[in-house]
Design a binder for this molecule. Structure first.
Ligand code: ADP
Ligand code: ZN
Length: 436
């Protein structure tokens, strides 16, 4: 396989060189963080008053974690480490789980982020000559501008389509010969159900690849997208607190996502005990920015659950890889005492050809008991008016779900296109139980 790098030196640094660089940058970052009211107070409490107090990488463990609530409390300015005149952009999180948070960027922050994005894009084999259609929202959401800048820096033709207007998306793809798209997996599934059903056929398109990001999705979903569109799809992970996309990305080998460890120091912790755990154990990712000036973040708890993968990747990049994100620790549903991740339900839905790819998970309280309902659409070409077919599909889905999640769900089948479509991050879970 052809391996291309954006910056071969940085991408193939060996472990020792990487750790050396991390230590230098960690000291600088701590020094930078001390310029903010928030971190000055926090770090002084644990006896850190200068970057030089960090002697080894393990000293990072002296620093308390930063949480999303801390960012909310610091909103809008308490975590800003540079003069406001030197800030050239801000982004906020999409606010999936509450009030948004803000991250500021200096010119060098944007420059470094853009380089990380260029690395990601190139690592999938995309390069000059490709035509890139960016189907995620432009604006405060980081997926629009983040990918846009990275692709432009490489010198790729970018179509800033943003999300929505499905027919126009498909028309743009045909008219300009789009070879690669970036979208949320849920939106790309929606698009794929429209290709072939209208005037524009798959054979009118030159599409070869997709970057899938911003929301959890299973390996089955990737496969489904690859099959439906006949393309290669790569997993893209990031969060607005760590710039946005460009934190971790799959290379051509698609065997886990390389985390750019020269820009982000990664630790894995047990979300309950908050102890650092060894690689390969499943836990919560904690990131420290290593070269950000405007909003340095120390030991930020992402709440994203995954594990670090072992072994070396044949692409030559030494940056450690993480497995697919299972979900956020706060995504977990507890249904009559059983722990369930929405991704487990999605996995089953993607395995059943008779149902479509759009779905919802609804939880209600019936007396003392929790009731789980899974709503999904029928696959458009299946229903022929035979109602016994419907009940067979229901039973199949119910049985497979029960065997996987150990809870017996009610199933609601909807006609194709019957459930609301999301153009950005999909809202899948509706937990209607009274809050404790
Ligand atoms: P919000 O936190 O408001 O949703 P963000 O845009 O910062 O706003 O979302 C980042 C989060 O999205 C990550 O912390 C993670 O939970 C999820 N996410 C992003 N990319 C992926 C991915 N490839 N796989 C799974 N989850 C992802
Ligand atoms: Zn690789």
């Amino acid at each position: 396989m052809d391996i291309t790098y954006w910056n071969a030196h940085e991408e193939t640094l060996d472990k020792d060189a990487l750790r050396e660089l991390q230590l230098i940058r960690l000291r600088q970052t701590v020094g930078q963080a001390l310029k903010t009211d928030f971190y000055k107070r926090r770090l002084n409490k644990v006896g850190i008053s200068s970057g030089d107090d960090i002697k080894t990488l393990d000293d990072i463990r002296r620093i308390p974690f930063t949480t999303k609530d801390d960012l909310r409390e610091a909103y809008p300015f308490a975590m800003l480490a540079i003069d406001l005149h030197d800030v050239i952009r801000l982004h906020t999180s999409s606010g999936t789980t509450g009030t948004p948070t803000v991250i500021y960027h200096s010119r060098s922050d944007i420059d470094n982020w853009t380089d990380l994005m260029a690395r990601c894009i190139i690592s999938t084999g995309v390069n000059r000559g490709d035509v890139f259609q960016n189907m995620t929202t432009y604006g405060l959401f980081t997926g629009g501008l983040g990918f846009h800048y990275g692709a432009e820096r490489i010198g790729i033709l970018v179509i800033p389509a943003s999300s929505g207007k499905t027919n126009r998306q498909i028309m743009l793809m045909r008219d300009f010969g789009t070879t690669v798209v970036h979208a949320t997996p849920s939106y790309l599934l929606h698009i794929s159900s429209h290709i072939n059903s209208g005037d524009i056929k798959r054979s009118d398109l030159k599409l070869q690849r997709a970057f899938l990001g911003a929301e959890p999705h299973s390996e089955e979903t990737r496969k489904k997208i690859e099959e439906l569109l006949g393309i290669d799809a790569y997993n893209s992970y990031g969060l607005s607190e760590m710039n946005g996309p460009g934190v971790a990305f799959e290379c051509v080998y698609k065997n886990g996502m390389h985390v750019w460890e020269d820009a982000f120091f990664m630790e894995m912790i047990d979300p309950v005990s908050q102890e650092v755990i060894p690689d390969e154990n499943e836990g919560e990712i904690v990131f420290t920015t290593l070269n950000r000036t405007a909003t340095p973040l120390l030991r930020y708890r992402t709440r994203d659950l995954t594990s670090v993968m072992g072994g070396e990747c044949p692409c030559g990049r030494k940056h450690r890889r993480i497995a697919r994100i299972k979900g956020r620790s706060d995504d977990m549903l507890i249904i009559n005492g059983v722990n369930i991740f929405p991704s487990q339900i999605e996995d089953v839905i993607m395995k059943i050809p008779e149902v479509g790819t759009n779905y919802q998970i609804v939880v209600d309280k019936h007396g003392a008991l929790d009731k789980l309902t899974v709503k999904t659409e029928l696959y458009s070409k299946i229903f022929n008016g035979d109602f016994s077919l419907l009940s067979n599909i229901k039973i199949k889905l119910q049985t497979m779900l029960r065997d996987t999640i150990l809870v017996n769900p009610s199933i609601e089948l909807h006609e194709p296109g019957g459930l609301p479509v999301s153009e950005g991050k999909a809202k899948r879970v509706f937990d209607n139980r009274p809050k404790m």
